[in-house]
Design a protein around this ligand. Structure first.
Ligand code: MRU
Length: 347
């Protein structure tokens, strides 16, 4: 089950439609960057690294459109598309990180030939894709040492292969622990309102025979109180210079409860999720989504019509609650304001 795939020769991107999972495995064929932008907006493709890679290919699609023209005209066209793609979801920094990488490559290229420029951009999109998979495998290796031989892990949302170009971050750590011969079992929070835990994490783990137990979000505290969890591992959408972590709404509550029960709380994310330009989590733009995601499910009304709703898609977990941040370049421990920088800026 590929999350996204570029069809060479057809110049088109296929995205697994995650809104249909687990019931249906269908792909959305994107031949215009606007198809990719819509797929990101509606969460057909979701998860910070996956939307970064999808947006990169989306920008390549923009490069294929229109009159070739001069280098300036070409760049103006792809920059407009990059702005549109970047505006689809504000919280995960991987999106603008990937777009900036492609634009930088195109601007720096010696050639003025638009066809050569788009080949350069396509090569960079492939690099982002492959780097993500290999980076996630390294996250897995660095992270699996924190899982006991018969470790019971609680996770939130989906930070698996479906949220990345492959393998996953938090679920990558779990996969690596399994591959290291550990008897790891997982509790998956269902993750209201869009149920990424129930629909996606449970599906990924079941398909690989990794023992998984689904719980509703409000069961996590009691699960910890009963001593049924050894550690919590989640992914991230943006990590600031001081180690604050934006991730799926509900993550903060889990971190507070983990602290209260003396349970380690780990964040697994590639360095492309770290945004050193922001000092703290207060500066992270938090996406607010449509109220119908809370009031409806599967077209069915769950709340009285007209009720007021607040629907932030993410929250911010302060660094003081994070035991360690597992990246593709190694593990950062507190003080994060010193140690994250060391990891990111190393050669
Ligand atoms: O709204 P989503 O489904 O895109 O949110 C996804 C998450 O919050 C993930 O935990 C995060 O992006 C990390 S994915 C490796």
């Amino acid at each position: 089950m590929d999350t996204l795939r570029w069809l060479t020769g057809e110049e088109c991107l296929e995205l697994l439609d995650q809104t249909k999972l687990p019931a249906e495995i269908t792909y959305i064929r994107c031949s215009d960057y606007r198809d990719v932008a819509s797929a990101i907006k509606c969460l057909a493709v979701r998860g910070a690294p996956a939307i970064g890679a999808a947006a990169a290919y989306g920008l390549v699609l923009a490069a294929y459109k229109g009159r070739p023209g001069s280098k300036e005209e070409f760049l103006a066209r792809v920059e407009d598309a990059a702005r549109e793609l970047a505006a689809t979801r504000p919280t995960a920094v991987n999106l603008s990180w990937a777009l900036t990488r492609l634009l930088r490559k195109a601007r720096a290229a010696i050639t003025n030939d638009p066809e050569a420029l788009r080949d350069i951009m396509l090569a960079e999109a492939h690099t982002i894709f492959h780097e993500d998979v290999s980076g996630n495998r390294r996250i897995g290796e660095y992270g699996q040492v924190f899982i006991p031989r018969e470790g019971r892990v609680l996770t939130h949302c989906n930070a698996g292969a479906l949220a990345t170009a492959g393998y996953g971050t938090a679920l990558g750590v779990i996969r690596a622990a399994r591959d290291a011969g550990k008897k790891v079992s997982v509790y998956a929070d269902e993750t209201r309102p869009l149920l990424q835990g129930a629909r996606l994490t449970a599906l990924e783990l079941l398909r690989e025979d990794i023992p998984v137990t689904l719980i509703t979000d409000n069961m996590a505290g009691f699960l910890m109180a009963k001593g049924m969890v050894d550690l919590v591992i989640v992914g991230a959408d943006r990590i600031t210079a001081n180690g604050d972590v934006a991730n799926k709404i509900g993550t903060y509550g889990l971190a507070v409860m983990a602290k209260a029960h003396n349970i380690p709380f780990y964040v697994a994310a590639p360095v492309s999720t770290v945004d050193l330009s922001l000092d703290s989590g207060d500066e992270i733009p938090i996406e607010e989504r449509d109220h119908s995601e809370v009031t409806h499910h599967g077209g069915r009304l769950l709340a009285p019509a007209g009720v007021k709703v607040w629907n932030p898609a993410f929250d911010v977990t302060p660094h003081s609650l994070v035991t360690a941040i597992i990246t593709d370049r190694g593990v950062a421990r507190p003080p994060y304001s010193e140690n994250l920088k060391k990891i990111i800026l190393q050669d």
